[in-house]
Design a protein around this ligand. Structure first.
Ligand code: HEM
Length: 138
């Protein structure tokens, strides 16, 4: 007996499923590896692992398999980023590489819009360090 997909499962399918996230994250890391600010933050002996962790997280977030939490536990993403200096500059660079990767997916406009909107909001939420040289207002 088949069951109806949940709303989240349909979102994963509507975005193109595993193949979309594989391509998205692979292209994203191509950019990150060339980025003078971001590249030094990543484990250079484990680029493949970093790529896999981000892909599994995004697949799970969009309603795909729950392998991320099954293997890594609760995402707690802000906590997992505390050891990195995520400045507004790092965020903008992260988003720049994501933008290139999203563009190359050639998704339908509505699917692209929801994916991009999420990535922008998530990236803004990850900032944990003010720009060097700027005094925080509070
Ligand atoms: C805003 C700028 C960001 C920077 C500079 C950044 C940087 C990093 C770095 C250096 C790592 C370690 C790589 C690894 O070994 O896995 C990491 C891990 C990770 N990041 Fe980010 N990140 C950013 C935003 C985001 C956003 C917006 C998301 C989610 C949409 C995200 C999801 C993840 C995930 C899932 C991991 C692996 C966590 C784990 O299981 O250990 N990151 N990030």
């Amino acid at each position: 007996m088949s069951t109806q997909p949940t709303e989240a499962e349909s979102a994963f399918a509507a975005l193109g499923g595993h193949e979309t996230f594989r391509r998205l994250v692979a292209r994203f890391y191509e950019g990150v590896r060339t980025d003078e600010v971001l590249a030094p933050m990543y484990p250079h002996d484990d680029w493949d692992g970093a790529e896999e962790r981000l892909r599994l997280f995004l697949e799970q977030y969009w309603g795909g398999p729950t392998t991320y939490s099954d293997t890594r536990g609760h995402p707690r993403l802000r906590m997992r980023h505390v050891r990195f200096e995520v400045t507004p500059d790092a965020r903008d660079r992260w988003l720049t590489h994501m933008r290139v990767a999203v563009d190359e997916l050639d998704l339908a406009p509505e699917a692209e819009h929801v994916l991009w909107d999420y990535l922008v909001r998530a990236a803004h939420a990850m900032v944990n360090t003010p720009e060097p040289g700027r005094t925080p207002l509070i």
